[in-house]
Ligand binder design. Structure first.
Ligand SMILES: [Zn+2]
Length: 215
């Protein structure tokens, strides 16, 4: 059996990785996950020591460190990169792909986020919106909270006058188990500021988000 002594992460492994990934790797207890996965394998009646499963606990530990890296990162750092710009119309990015993990079953849900906001003198670099989704999605959660978290960050930390976030996702806990409804899509939305209070502003941002479907 390949038994690495429990110690700091292999320096060669983390050398090229981003600082945030390093923080996450440190924050996630790999040895503890490995023990737990061995225990689950034994509990389902498997032999954790058979050849095909020997490396599985370590693989799962590395996978969880990646999938839950957002627990140990602050999404606000990406909002600090906003710049001053007099643009005062809607900024919208559609189809930001993401994958997350449902906290009820620890199964992945994946889909797309569409984010629109009305700037209040500060505009965010376009890639920063995608980074924001990346950090927030890599946590165990429900889709409703993920949607709300993204909207709150843009309203409170960017100071946008209006924020509209629509998330569409397929939940594997609904498609491969339980009710088994492949193809079902869960849609959640969060409207803040002017998109909440003003009907025509909301209609405008929603037509930008959903416009492609009628064309
Ligand atoms: Zn679930």
């Amino acid at each position: 059996m390949n038994k690495d002594p429990a110690g700091p992460a292999d320096p060669a492994e983390t050398q090229g990785a981003q600082q945030s990934a390093q923080q996450s790797a440190r924050a996630v207890d790999h040895e503890r996950i490995k023990r737990a996965v061995r225990e689950i394998l034994a509990a389902i009646g498997e032999d954790p020591d058979r050849e095909g499963l020997l490396e599985t606990p370590a693989r799962v530990a590395r996978m969880y460190a990646e999938m839950f890296s957002g627990l140990h990162q602050d999404p606000k750092v990406h909002l600090q990169k906003a710049f001053t710009e007099k643009y005062d119309e809607i900024v919208l990015i559609r189809d930001i792909a993401f994958n997350s993990v449902c906290e009820h079953h620890l199964l992945p849900f994946m889909g797309h986020a569409h984010i629109g906001y009305l700037p209040n003198g500060r505009v965010l670099g376009l890639s920063k919106l995608a980074r924001l989704v990346e950090v927030v999605s890599h946590r165990p959660q429900v889709q409703e909270r993920m949607t709300e978290t993204i909207a709150d960050l843009l309203e409170n930390d960017l100071g946008a006058k209006g924020v509209a976030v629509v998330v569409e996702a397929s939940h594997t806990c609904m498609t491969i188990r339980g009710v088994r409804k492949p193809g079902s899509l869960c849609v959640t939305s969060a409207m803040k500021g002017i998109f909440r209070s003003n009907v025509s502003s909301r209609a405008e941002v929603l037509s930008l988000i959903y416009g492609r479907r009628s064309s």
